[in-house]
Every structure is written in C-alpha cells, then in structure tokens.
Design a binder for this molecule. Structure first.
Ligand code: ATR
Length: 282
C-alpha cells in the first residue's frame, strides 16, 4: 500500500522524481517554481526507490493517483523498459526520464534530456553546434540522452571518446545509423581539435577528470559539463585552464529538461530564465 510519502493536498495533481540517491535533487524546487509561476496545481516530490524496486515503486505511485514521474539515476533504462508507448527521443536514447499515465492506463515514456541540453546550449547561452567539431566524453546514459538531438544539429564532426572502448562501440552501433559519428579512446585524441567539448562522464561527480590530452581545444572552444555543481567542476576548470572561451555547467539543462516534462504533463510552458537565476542565487 502507498506510504505516507504519497499523502498530498487532494486538490493538487501528483508528480515526483524517482532516483537512488535522490536527497539532493533540485527537481522538486524547480517544479514548485514552475507551478507558482504558471498557477498550475501540482504537488511534486522526491521519491527514493530501492535499487531493485524501480518498477514496483512506479506502479505504486501511479496506483495511488500519481500523474507523472521524472526518473533519474540509476533508473532511466528501467523507466524506458517500463514505458509503453515511448516517444522517439526515449527510443533513440534507450532511456526515459519522463513518464505519465494516460486515461487508458498506459505508461508513456519520453526523454527530455536532449532537448534540455540544446535549449540551454543554443538558446540560453547562444551557442552553436552546426558545422562545429564536437567531442562528447563518455558513453553512458547521460550521453545517450543528448546524442540524438545533438546529431540533428549537423556538427561538422562528432567524436565520442570513452575510457572503455567496448561501451563506445555499443554507442556507435546505436547511433551510427542516424548520422556521422566516430569513437576514440582518450589517448587517440592527440593532435585533434574541437570547437565544443561536452562532458557526459560520471567523472565530475567524483571530482575527477577524463584523461584528455593537451591541445584539443580549438581557439574559442566551449566546454559544457552535463552535471551541475555549486562550484565549477573539475572539467570546467580544465577547460578554462586550456583556454576555453566558455565553461558551462548543466544547471540550465536541468531546468530546461524539467520545463519540457512540465509541458508534456500540463501543456503549459514555464519561463525557465527566472528559475535558472533563482537556483543560481540560492
Ligand atoms: P550515466 O548514466 O551517468 O552516463 P554510466 O552509464 O555509468 O552513467 O556512464 C558513466 C560514464 O562515465 C561512462 O562513460 C564511464 O566510462 P566507462 O564506460 O569507461 O566506465 C565514464 N566515467 C566514469 N568515471 C570516469 C573517469 N574517472 N574518467 C573517465 N570516464 C569516466
């Protein structure tokens, strides 16, 4: 039976973000700000799922009247498997971060990470990816979420580097039918240059840095870390030390992916700029 965490104001529609760990998630704060701004009546909470009980947790939440769910680490692949039907973005990524139940009891799955990244990189920061030489670091779920939308921007070159080449190969199998993409080990990047380097490794979370060779940033290059942190990440510091024109974190992407989920659920598009500013100030 649903526990006390599901007891909410009955006038509000219920949403949550599920992950493990989940304590530090900014999503409840972001969706609360969207709700205040738009006048939508929602109750959005963080929900910890045991590592082996994502499916049960999701079913319980929806059975108790939950309308929609965001999904974060480490459950995005399981959320993809749980969802049917799935939007193309979730299908391409093999991962879902947004679920909702329709009137017929079907669990829809979408992935808003890629559109969130693009809205932040292109829209909020005024960047460009078209015709650029783009290097993406990592081959896990975070990278799978952004790669499809990134390829649609038609970069001049798209390279994925990963520590474990077998994982990069699996990524290549998935994405090469969609467009031009090459995979490398870090050491093999020596002598190449990029206009944008996007860090999708989990290295930043542990204050580590992927083993990037010197000299890979072209003049005016941008560095973007898909994670956010109150202080610049190790990767962002590396970028600035190597002469990057911009070194950005993923806070804007986090707010943008949330806004897209909010829109999917409520059909109302919140303004993201004030919420990004609010979180930076906090
Ligand atoms: P996520 O869903 O967050 O992407 P993941 O699927 O576990 O998590 O993928 C983590 C990615 O970070 C992987 O590409 C991993 O490299 P490996 O495939 O070689 O494991 C990468 N990663 C983690 N720590 C790293 C480090 N210290 N240096 C370089 N890459 C790292």
């Amino acid at each position: 039976m649903p526990g006390p965490s599901f007891q909410v104001d009955p006038r509000c529609d219920r949403y949550c973000v599920v992950g493990n760990p989940i304590g530090h998630s900014l999503s409840p704060r972001i969706h609360q700000a969207f709700a205040e701004q738009t006048g939508e009546r929602i109750d959005y909470r963080a929900l910890l799922a045991p590592l082996d009980r994502f499916r049960e947790t999701a079913l319980e939440f929806f059975a108790a009247g939950g309308r929609g769910m965001n999904v974060t680490l480490p459950f995005k692949e399981e959320a993809w498997a749980f969802a049917s039907p799935r939007a193309a973005s979730a299908e391409t990524a093999g991962a879902a971060n947004t679920l909702w139940r329709d009137g017929e009891g079907r669990y829809h799955g979408d992935n808003t990470d890629g559109i969130g990244f693009l809205r932040d990189y292109l829209g909020n920061h005024g960047g460009s990816l078209q015709g650029q030489r783009v290097l993406v670091l990592g081959a896990g779920g975070a990278v799978r979420g952004v790669l499809g939308p990134l390829m649609k921007q038609r970069p001049a070159r798209l390279v994925v580097a990963n520590r474990t080449l077998s994982k990069a190969r699996a990524l290549y199998e998935r994405f090469s039918p969609l467009g031009e993409i090459s995979i490398y080990e870090y050491g093999a990047l020596v002598g190449q240059q990029f206009d944008a380097v996007i860090n999708g490794t989990a290295a930043s979370l542990g204050a580590e840095l992927p083993p990037l060779p010197a000299g890979i940033l072209a003049a005016g290059a941008w560095c973007y870390d898909l994670v956010y942190a109150p202080e610049p990440t190790r990767f962002m510091r590396w970028g600035l030390e190597c002469g990057a024109a911009r070194a950005l974190d993923g806070l804007g992407m986090l707010v943008e992916q949330a806004a897209e989920a909010f829109y999917i659920w409520r059909r109302v598009r919140p303004a993201t700029g004030p919420v990004i500013e609010l979180l930076r100030a906090e």
